[in-house]
Design a protein around this ligand. Structure first.
Ligand code: PA5
Length: 425
């Protein structure tokens, strides 16, 4: 279970004062009566998901794992961040999964594209193209490049069997391509937006190909759903209230999500998208930032400790990490490390976390919210991601913001299309 702790908050927050708001918000989410109600499908999805499609995802993942050693996932924003965050968070950066997963189509860098295409030259690989709208430029360009290469590498008919698409059930250019060429298709339900889609095929197919137990992932999500879909102030709503009060009453404008492992960098990226795109509207909202300690203590640490007091930290601590390494004995001890001999790195990491919490919150006066999870395994990750989604929706509603649209994203697109000469712009 997830625990939200306030012993390093350093600020008074009257959580109970929000009881009525939370009751109204929770009932509104369940009754789909709040702004953005067309996009609340994620709330019950861990229970309501399409079981037949789930089996097809498992089958497709088995097929991919048996046929190829590389899967390229083409998608941007909510169409890749959740899968990447979960895969890296659970498997680590150097896990032993037999299939390498490459994420492509989330920048327009020619160098990046060239390197990926060079790596795939002559290879038999699989593609999972993911786009709800089916028209996102970055994804569409990446898919055109990948399809072209795969067809050259293995021929059109064989390529067809290695392409899997996740898109809307009823509309979009990608759907048209699937129908024309007969690619196997998975659905991103119409009532679930990209950044809330990790429990749909958007996340599940890449996770299953990565060898992750997606049943456990969904079980974790369901566990969280049962715990956080309640009219009382549960842990998800407690987190939403704490960050809301730090923003509204204490004037903090930045929330920094802190993790203690490089395999969690992408979790920070997913979280930034979730909160940034959901909450940053109408000239309001906290700026979500992220850091990984202890590495960033040697860069951002100085700012956090003594710079402008604009931010608070939300620190995720894993209580029971799966793997560890012990510091070995050294006869000469010239590096002076024998005092750590026989100690696990996880022990050193958690000691660093305790020391940093005191340094930042007590000495530096930076409020710290703690989120404790048992383990970053499939179950724990499912639980945590649902926890954040529920908290994010509530946080937006506390700010009277629709969590599920992103009107501001269109502005750059229109300008870009105009400059690129896209018809109609
Ligand atoms: O959260 C969102 O809705 C966005 O980040 C989308 O996921 C992103 O823009 C990609 O859109 P699409 O899946 O339509 O290609």
């Amino acid at each position: 279970m997830i625990r939200v702790k306030t012993e390093h908050l350093g600020k008074d927050v009257d959580i109970v004062a929000y009881a009525e708001d939370i009751e109204r918000i929770n009932q509104g989410i369940d009754a789909r009566s709040l702004p953005g109600n067309d996009y609340l499908g994620w709330a019950k999805y861990p229970e309501n998901y399409d079981k037949e499609e789930f089996e097809r995802i498992l089958k497709a993942a088995d097929y991919i794992r048996n046929e190829v050693d590389t899967l390229v996932v083409a998608g941007i924003g909510g169409s890749y961040l959740g899968a990447r965050a979960a895969i890296e968070g659970i498997n680590g950066l150097y896990g032993d999964n037999k299939v390498e997963i490459i994420f492509f189509g989330h920048t327009m860098s020619g160098k990046h594209a060239k390197q990926i295409l060079r790596k795939l030259e002559g290879k038999r690989f699989a593609i999972n193209v993911i786009s709800k709208s089916g028209t996102t430029t970055e994804t569409a360009v990446a898919f055109r490049l990948l399809r072209d290469l795969l067809e050259k590498n293995v021929g059109k008919e064989e390529a067809r069997k290695l392409i899997f698409a996740t898109t809307d059930k009823e509309k979009g250019a990608l759907l048209g391509l699937c129908k024309k060429y007969g690619y196997e298709r998975f659905v991103l339900p119409g009532d679930i937006g990209g950044r809330y889609s990790v429990f749909t095929a958007v996340g599940l197919l890449p996770l299953a190909v990565a060898g992750i137990d997606i049943r456990a992932f969904m079980d974790g999500a369901k566990n969280a759903m049962l715990a956080y879909d309640s009219d009382e102030i549960n842990e998800a709503y407690k987190y939403a209230i704490l960050r809301h009060v730090l923003y509204k009453d204490y004037g903090y404008s930045v929330e920094m999500l802190v993790n203690y492992g490089l395999h969690l960098v992408q979790l920070g990226e997913w979280w930034k998208q979730l909160f940034g795109e959901s909450e940053g509207k109408e000239k309001t909202g906290l700026l979500p930032d992220s850091a990984v300690f202890t590495t960033d203590l040697h860069s951002l640490g100085q700012f956090i400790q003594e710079g402008s007091p604009v931010l608070f930290e939300t620190v995720i601590l894993e209580k029971d990490p799966e793997e560890d390494v012990l510091v070995p004995h050294d006869e000469d001890d010239l590096d002076g490390l024998n005092y750590l001999e026989g100690k696990g790195l996880n022990y050193v990491n958690s000691t660093a976390a305790e020391a940093t919490l005191d340094a930042h919150s007590i000495t530096g006066g930076v409020p710290n919210i703690l989120i404790e999870i048992d383990r970053f395994d499939a179950f724990g990750m499912g639980e945590l991601m649902y926890f954040f989604m529920r908290a994010c929706a509530a946080a937006c509603y506390l700010n009277e913001i629709n969590p599920f649209n992103q009107p501001g994203v269109e502005v750059y697109k229109k300008n870009m299309f105009h400059r690129l000469g896209k018809p109609g712009y």
